[in-house]
Design a protein around this ligand. Structure first.
Ligand code: GLU
Length: 296
């Protein structure tokens, strides 16, 4: 069925080149969007300079391009969106939903990451303090297209969460919600390490009067130690020149059963096969994290 207004996205952080795990997320969201005849956007989440690696943004875009994953419109760089984050934060401050918090990292760690609201009613000034969003005690429910029904109680499981850090950097949760709305994203597909952030994002959407996109959280590709492939775990960058086999391996890993002979085809043929045969249902039947293929 054709849904004209469908928009998906891939939103990498430029902390290193693409590895097999990030290729899987990019490819799955691309195939899903293209099968629905929707748009597929790329957004560079470059709002955390201490974590960034010089040249990584350009390298990621080059790698997407060499895999034939062509995006619609210009890439949105979050570093150009700071005024919008500031304005949204001010709106929330004005409506009394945000307060400033002086608790240090050691105290937060001692709370096992669930903030207890100690600074809620202290009316601390803004200077040098983190800004937190007050959560309420209701449950947030959502239906994930892959992992099924989910429920989180932010008050019990997360606590009031940070929208702007003490070092003035805006949080991932704030920026992602504002930009998903700004770009009109209707379908969010990403790794299931972000499943736990979804209730926070839905709550924030409601506070800001935004709509709620569909969510689908993909299984994670693991290394032989059972850890998610990530830049922190030094996952290997995708090798230039292996694009067709990378795409085939990612389709196979996504349980789409690509035929063997497809491996010898061009990347355009492989992608077209992927678009024609893409099935979220197959993944939803067995959404388990799995070892990345050998060599990745
Ligand atoms: N920038 C995030 C990451 O690279 C992904 C954000 C998202 O898809 O919501 O992990």
């Amino acid at each position: 069925m054709q849904v004209l207004s469908s928009i998906g996205r891939f939103a990498p952080s430029p902390t290193g080149p693409l590895h097999f795990g990030s290729l899987v997320s990019a490819l799955a969201s691309f195939l899903d969007a293209r099968q629905r005849k929707g748009k597929w956007l790329v957004r560079m989440e470059d709002i955390d300079p201490p974590r960034e690696v010089a040249g990584a943004s350009d390298q990621i875009l080059k790698q997407l391009d060499s895999h034939g994953l062509s995006w619609d419109g210009p890439v949105l760089y979050q570093s150009t969106r700071l005024d919008s984050y500031r304005a949204a934060l001010e709106t929330l401050v004005k409506s009394g939903l945000v307060y400033h918090c002086q608790c240090n990292r050691r105290r937060i760690v001692s709370l096992d990451g669930i903030y207890d609201g100690q600074c809620r009613d202290l009316k601390l000034p803004k200077d040098g303090q983190a800004a937190r969003l007050r959560v309420d005690s209701s449950n947030i429910y959502f239906r994930d297209q892959i992992t099924g029904d989910a429920r989180q109680n932010l008050h019990k499981e997360v606590g009031d969460f940070v929208l702007q850090r003490r070092d003035e950097l805006y949080s991932y949760q704030l920026a992602v919600v504002i930009d998903d709305e700004y770009q009109g994203i209707t379908h969010i597909m990403r790794g299931s390490d972000l499943h736990d952030s979804t209730a926070r994002q839905i709550y924030l959407q409601r506070c800001l009067g935004y709509g709620q996109p569909e969510y689908a959280h993909l299984p994670l590709a693991l290394n032989t130690d059972g850890q998610k492939l990530s830049k922190q775990n030094l996952a290997a960058s995708l090798v230039e020149g292996n694009e067709a086999s990378n795409l085939w391996a990612a389709l196979d890993w996504l349980q789409q059963s690509p035929p063997k002979e497809l491996q010898q085809q061009s990347i355009d043929r492989i992608l077209q096969w992927g678009i024609d045969n893409w099935s979220l249902n197959i993944l939803a039947q067995n959404p388990k994290d799995m070892l990345a293929p050998e060599g990745y």
